[in-house]
Design a protein around this ligand. Structure first.
Ligand SMILES: [Zn+2]
Length: 83
């Protein structure tokens, strides 16, 4: 499961336009987010394995079924995904 490298290249943090790096999310966070986004995926299974971390502010934007969710309101704070 990977985001299109060309898409990754043009995506920036919506808060500060910082560069993003793809990271693996801890199991507990994956489970919580998959449950959270499942409500919006009626027939499909929401799959959450990784996120995009801003190299400037440290916010992490979840990637849900290969789609990066680039919303500040739904970003994870750094400490939440550490470990
Ligand atoms: Zn940022």
């Amino acid at each position: 499961m990977a985001v299109d490298p060309e898409l990754l290249e043009i995506l920036v943090c919506p808060a500060d336009h910082g560069d993003l790096e793809q990271i693996d999310l801890p199991e507990a966070v994956r489970t919580r987010l998959a449950q959270r986004y499942q409500e919006e995926f009626k027939d499909e299974r929401a799959v959450v394995e990784s996120g995009l971390r801003c190299t400037v502010c440290g916010r992490v934007y979840p990637i849900v079924s290969d789609i990066p969710v680039m919303l500040i309101d739904e970003a994870l704070e750094g400490p939440e995904v550490a470990g």
